[in-house]
Design a protein around this ligand. Structure first.
Ligand code: C2E
Ligand code: MG
Ligand code: MG
Ligand code: MG
Length: 287
C-alpha cells in the first residue's frame, strides 16, 4: 500500500521510476529552492504571563508549504536542513524575518515583546554564528535584550564546547537563553545550574499528563519550585486545556504557551492578542 501511494504521488511529478532516496534528495533540492526564493515563512505563537494575563512574548516557528506536497512539518524539514548543511541559511532567514516583522510592529504600534527563536546545535557550533546574528540585529533594528535563543537539552548535553562558549558569549551580549523541550532529555536541574540560561521551557509531553496524574502534578510542582530556586523562569509548553492552565496557576508556574492561548499564526493574526500594557511587562520574562 505504501508503494502504491508513493508511486501515485511520484507519478504526479513524473518520477515513478525513482526510489525513496531520490525523493529525499528532491526534498533537499526543493528546500534549497525555497531558501533561494525566500519561501520559508514564520509563524508566531504567543507566550503568556499567567499572573498578569498578558502576552509577554512570541516564539518564531518556521513554516514551509511545499509546491506539490503542501505544508511540511518543521520537524521534517528542519531535520533535512540539519542533515544537508542548510541550517545556517534557514535559521538566519527565519531570524531575519522574525526580527524585521517585530521591529516593524514596534515602529508602527509601539508594541514590544520578547522574541523566542529556535537555534539548532549545528548553528551554535558554527563559530561565525554570534557575529552573523548580530549583523541581523543591526540590519533590522531588533535588540539582543528582546531576543531569547531556545536551545534543546540534547544540544546542552552534547557539551559541545563551541556551542556552550557561544551561549556564554551571546548571554554576555544581552541575549536570553531558554532550555527548550525540558523533560524529554536526561539533564538534571543541577546541570541546568551550570548553564547560561534563565528560562526553562517544559516540554508539552510533560504538560499533557499533569492534569490526569497526581504523581506527574507533584513532579511538576517540584520542578517548578526547583527552577525558581535556581532563578529560572518556567514556561509550560503545549497548554491546551483550562484544566492544565488552572493547575499551572495553582503550582505557581508563571508562563504558558499553547493552543489554549493561541496557535502559531502570521504576525497580523497574533498581534491583536498583545495588550499595549504588555510593553511594560516584557521585563518579567528575564531570559
Ligand atoms: P519547539 O521549539 O518546541 O516549538 C513548539 C512546538 O509546539 C511547535 O511545533 C508548536 O506549533 C507546537 N505547539 C504549540 N502549542 C501547542 C499545543 O498546545 N499543543 C501541541 N500539540 N503542540 C503545540 P512546530 O511549529 O511544529 O515546530 C516543531 C519544532 O521544530 C519546534 O519545537 C522546533 O524544535 C523546530 N523548529 C521550528 N522552527 C524552527 C526554526 O526556525 N529553527 C530551528 N532550529 N528549529 C525550528
Ligand atoms: Mg522552541
Ligand atoms: Mg519546545
Ligand atoms: Mg520541540
Amino acid at each position: 500500500a505504501d508503494l502504491a501511494l508513493y508511486t501515485a504521488k511520484a507519478a504526479g511529478r513524473g518520477r515513478c521510476e525513482l526510489g525513496a532516496g531520490r525523493v529525499a534528495s528532491d526534498l533537499v533540492a526543493d528546500l534549497t529552492a525555497a531558501l533561494d526564493a525566500g519561501d520559508i515563512t514564520v509563524h508566531f505563537q504567543p507566550i503568556v504571563d499567567l499572573l498578569a494575563d498578558a502576552v509577554v512574548g512570541v516564539e518564531a516557528l518556521a513554516r514551509w508549504t511545499h509546491p506539490e506536497r503542501g505544508p511540511i512539518r518543521p520537524d521534517e524539514f528542519i531535520a533535512v536542513a540539519e542533515q544537508h548543511g542548510l541550517m545556517p541559511r534557514l535559521g538566519e532567514q527565519v531570524f531575519r524575518s522574525a526580527c524585521s516583522q517585530l521591529a516593524e510592529l514596534h515602529a508602527t504600534t509601539g508594541r514590544r515583546m520578547r522574541l523566542g527563536v529556535n537555534v539548532s546545535g549545528r548553528e551554535l557550533s558554527d563559530p561565525t554564528y554570534p557575529q552573523r546574528i548580530r549583523t541581523v540585529l543591526a540590519e533590522t533594528g531588533w535588540r539582543a535584550q528582546e531576543t531569547v535563543l531556545e536551545v534543546t537539552e540534547s544540544l546542552v548535553e552534547a557539551e559541545s564546547s563551541t556551542a556552550v562558549a557561544a551561549l556564554h558569549e551571546l548571554r554576555a551580549l544581552g541575549f536570553g537563553v531558554a532550555i527548550d523541550d525540558f523533560g524529554t532529555g536526561y539533564s538534571s536541574l543541577s546541570r541546568l545550574d551550570t548553564l547560561p540560561s534563565a528560562i526553562l521551557k517544559l516540554d508539552s509531553s510533560f504538560i499533557a499528563t499533569v492534569a490526569s496524574s497526581e504523581r506527574r502534578a507533584t513532579m511538576l510542582r517540584s520542578i517548578v519550585g526547583m527552577a525558581h530556586v535556581l532563578g529560572l523562569d518556567v514556561v509550560a509548553e503545549g497548554v491546551e486545556t483550562a484544566e492544565q492552565d488552572a493547575l499551572l496557576r495553582s503550582i505557581g508556574c508563571r508562563f504558558g504557551q499553547g493552543y489554549l492561548y493561541g496557535r502559531p499564526a502570521p504576525l497580523a493574526d497574533v498581534a491583536p492578542l498583545f495588550e499595549r500594557r504588555s510593553e511594560e511587562r516584557t521585563p518579567a520574562l528575564r531570559g
